[in-house]
Design a protein around this ligand. Structure first.
Ligand SMILES: C[S@@+](CC[C@H](N)C(=O)[O-])C[C@H]1O[C@@H](n2cnc3c(N)ncnc32)[C@H](O)[C@@H]1O
Length: 180
């Protein structure tokens, strides 16, 4: 999907559906929280790639994280989160960008991705993502890769996916590790 098409597509999803009406909705992002709590610390920084309207940020703020960045190609999703958080949004950095062209200008202790990497079906995009995530995060990458081939998502690039899942400092939810 072209970058401008991706923004329009995702804006339309978030503008027409309630946060709990999307198929990936979870009331509590339990797996993400468990991984972050186990491997990262609220004293550090975290970026949530393709954050959407997830309540992960609410949970992180509640847990005392002060350096939280949310990146999403959909400005509508980020607006939803900002509105939901109200005054609590002051401590959060919002980045409206397509991760395929985004140029990070800092590093993060933890890099979280739930259900975004699998949209990068072009090898050039997934390879760039892996390289950028590796350079940009200081300690752990928490990737919850959803690899079910459900159109229009397609399948993640298997090689890049394997690279993410088998790098020792990466934490990928075991149930979605790509098969060898
Ligand atoms: C399936 S949703 C998951 C949202 C969130 N991570 C969650 O767990 O609820 C995928 C999200 O990735 C975002 N996204 C898709 N492609 C993207 C891209 N190339 N760059 C940045 N965000 C993207 C969408 O806007 C959407 O919010």
């Amino acid at each position: 999907m072209q970058m401008k098409d991706a923004a329009a597509h995702w804006d339309s999803v978030f503008e027409t559906k309630g946060s709990d009406e999307v198929s990936w909705f979870q009331a509590e992002p339990a797996t993400s929280l468990r991984l972050l709590e186990r491997w990262a610390s609220p004293e550090g920084s975290v970026i949530d790639i393709g954050a959407g309207a997830s309540t992960l940020v609410d949970c992180l703020l509640k847990a005392g994280w002060e350096d939280v960045t949310l990146l999403d190609v959909s400005g509508a999703a980020l607006t939803k989160v900002r509105d939901r958080l109200g005054g609590r949004a002051d401590g959060v950095t919002f980045v409206a960008a397509d991760v395929r062209s985004w140029q990070p200008d800092r590093t993060y202790d933890a890099w979280h991705d739930r259900a975004v990497f699998h949209f990068l079906v072009e090898p050039a995009d997934s390879d760039r993502y892996v390289a950028m995530a590796t350079q940009t995060r200081r300690s752990h990458l928490v990737a919850w890769l959803c690899s079910q081939p459900s159109p229009p998502m397609g399948q993640p690039n298997a090689r890049a996916c394997r690279q993410l899942a088998t790098t020792p400092t990466n934490l990928c939810a075991p149930s979605v590790r790509p098969s060898p």
